[in-house]
Design a protein around this ligand. Structure first.
Ligand code: GUN
Length: 294
């Protein structure tokens, strides 16, 4: 059994990106520039955005943080999005979610120029991904694909069960795992709250990607010997053992499932560290105008 070390892979990729940026600069090229819009002071969002800014620094990117109070109007936010769309120095940008209730997230995402949508949330990027055209792939699915490929995990002809049908993980993951490429070429089953016998579906899976947000949902009796387990769950549960007062729990009962697996991602330290690195990879692609030439 191999525990997939997402933290180590993420560190390695950041080094590779920093090296490439050095070469770009040495050749007289432009330093990639990521901008992030943060609305309000939600604790989780503050932490994520601070980590994104820090990762930009490590990769040698320029970063700009644009802050608004949570009283900002939808129009003001849309105006800022349009300004960043037109700013030639900004290669890519993100609007950190969630947004306050009076602002339509869909409207804001659709206002982003898809050529700068390094989050991969714009319907054009989502649509292009689903039909296999070059596009920005969103952070979590992109990170999972990268882990599978860096560990040379066989996917061709395998049965992949995805738990969860969310727009940000389950659906894109299904599209990627069934595509005609590596990693991919799987027979994919997507399970959700209305699925009749999830345990039975899981038992037949060579690869399980658990993205339900339901702590320790996947137990040993649901897993076939030698299966590959990718745990996307990150539920905060109270804990007296940590300084923060909580710890992260995955969707998989790690201690009992791990001994049965060929590969498994831990929580924390598996998929999580890969998500910010995916954003960095998309920003590098944006800087190089590699996906959309103009
Ligand atoms: N909120 C939680 N995850 C994300 C993400 O990947 N991108 C953005 N923009 N907001 C988020």
């Amino acid at each position: 059994m191999t525990i997939i070390d997402g933290k180590a892979v993420a560190e390695q990729i950041k080094k590779e990106i920093a090296e490439e940026v050095k070469q770009i600069i040495a050749a007289g090229g432009k330093r990639p520039h990521l901008a992030a819009i943060l609305v309000g002071h939600d604790g989780g969002s503050e932490t994520y955005v601070a980590a994104k800014v820090k990762a930009c620094e490590v990769c040698g990117f320029k970063s700009t943080l644009v802050r608004f109070e949570d009283t900002v109007s939808e129009q003001e936010l849309l105006d800022k999005v349009r300004e960043l769309n037109e700013d030639d120095d900004v290669d890519g940008f993100i609007v950190q979610l969630p947004l306050p209730k009076h602002i339509s997230e869909d409207k804001v995402i659709e206002a982003i120029d898809y050529r700068k949508d390094v989050d991969g949330f714009h319907p054009i990027n989502v649509g292009r991904m689903s039909i296999g055209l070059p596009c920005y792939i969103s952070a979590t699915p992109n990170g999972i694909i990268e882990l599978i490929s860096r560990y040379n995990i066989e996917t061709r002809g395998k049965k992949c069960v995805i738990l969860g049908r969310s727009n940000i993980v389950g659906k894109p993951m299904a599209a990627l795992m069934m595509r005609k490429a590596y990693p991919g070429d799987c027979t994919v089953t997507v399970c959700h709250s209305r699925t009749k016998d999830i345990a039975d579906e899981c038992r037949r899976a060579d690869i399980i990607i658990a993205a339900l947000g339901s702590p320790e949902f996947v137990t040993a009796d649901m897993v076939k010997d030698g299966a590959v387990i990718i745990d996307v769950g990150t539920t905060r549960v109270p804990s007296t053992l940590t300084k923060s007062g909580f710890k992260l729990k995955g969707d998989v009962k790690f201690d009992e499932v791990a001994p049965k697996c060929s590969y498994i991602t831990p929580v924390p330290g598996g998929v999580g560290p890969m998500t910010i690195v995916s954003l960095m990879r998309n920003t590098l692609l944006a800087g190089k105008k590699e996906i959309y030439k103009d």
